[in-house]
Design a protein. Structure first.
Length: 327
């Protein structure tokens, strides 16, 4: 490996904003969305998702074995509970409004319960297991194993009046932003655009990142390459992914060439052909597009207040995301 100098690295980092501007002028093209085609494709995905939803729920629930004991009679079977949560999420309704809607459509859904019952479903341990199984099942149905991936974080509001970005800035400045939003991190397969790792945290994006990575590893996902933003642009990132994973990050302004051979290899790739490196790195924008679609589809607000219930509510959004891309 040819040696790289700190002087050369500093020069590229200093000129980085100028390089990005030239890159965007040369490679980035404004793509105008054909809204008619988009709406037709979205309608087709929704029809396919609706057709496959209940069979997939039943398959996910069938993987759970319950040891019979003294348990009080449940108002709803497990499959109906999962269906209720997913329908509530897609319709972006509060517990009370959703319970009222179910009363109107009980003849079709066979679900007729109070809003308190809907809220308690989020804390049901069997529901949590079934939601997890459904997430894993969708990835396996798509056949995703080894993937080129990107990762990014976002946030969902826990109140109507506060926005994630402004509240995150307040939090980073040390100001009080108690439970105004929840952090979410996802790993996305660039080929299928499906989430292969997904998690939330009330504490930090880094914690959500660790939990999402742990979930992906448990599922058996291997990363051929990964793209992450500057929050993860540290030398330690080389220790978090296997040796066969190509890492694309943008070094921070104070980055140094000191580090292991893998860190130096990343810096060399960044310096040697910056435009080609940026072409790979900016595939990370797929994560932002994915979150944008999620929030248009099922909203940017979480109605729950307890942490375990918030996690279940957000996993429902991940399931809808993957379900829409299954076929």
């Amino acid at each position: 490996m040819a040696r790289i100098s700190q002087k050369h690295l500093n020069k590229v980092l200093k000129e980085y904003e100028w390089i990005v501007r030239i890159y965007r002028e040369k490679y980035s093209k404004e793509v105008r969305r054909d809204w008619r085609t988009y709406e037709q494709r979205l309608a087709l995905r929704i029809r396919n998702a609706a057709k496959e939803l209940y069979p997939l729920i039943k398959e996910a629930c069938s993987q759970i074995t319950v040891i019979k004991g003294k348990r009080r009679q449940r108002k709803l079977p497990l499959e109906k509970k999962i269906l209720a949560l997913l329908l509530k999420d897609i319709f972006q309704l509060s517990n009370r409004k959703f319970a009222n809607m179910l009363a109107l459509f009980s003849a079709l859904t066979e679900i007729d319960v109070s809003y308190k019952t809907i809220e308690r479903i989020y804390s049901d341990e069997l529901v949590k297991l079934a939601i997890h199984n459904l997430f894993v099942l969708l990835i396996k149905k798509k056949g995703v194993k080894g993937c080129d991936a990107c990762g990014d974080g976002t946030g969902y509001s826990l109140t109507i009046t506060r926005h994630y970005r402004s509240e995150r800035e307040r939090h980073l400045k040390g100001k009080n932003a108690k439970k105004s939003f929840v952090y979410v991190f996802s790993f996305m397969d660039l080929d299928s655009k499906m989430y292969v790792g997904y998690a939330s945290s009330m504490k930090s994006e880094k914690e959500a990142y660790r939990k999402a990575k742990e979930l992906a590893e448990k599922i058996g996902i291997t990363f051929k390459s990964i793209r992450l933003d500057k929050l993860y642009s540290n030398k330690s990132i080389t220790e978090e992914f296997g040796k066969n994973t190509t890492i694309y990050i943008i070094p921070k302004r104070n980055a140094t060439i000191k580090g292991n051979a893998r860190w130096k290899k990343i810096l060399k790739s960044f310096i040697a052909d910056t435009f080609s490196y940026l072409q790979e790195y900016y595939k990370r924008n797929n994560s932002e597009s994915g979150y944008s679609c999620d929030k248009r589809l099922s909203g940017w607000k979480v109605w729950q207040r307890k942490e375990d219930r918030i996690e279940v509510a957000l996993m429902c959004k991940a399931i809808w995301h993957n379900l829409m891309l299954l076929y």
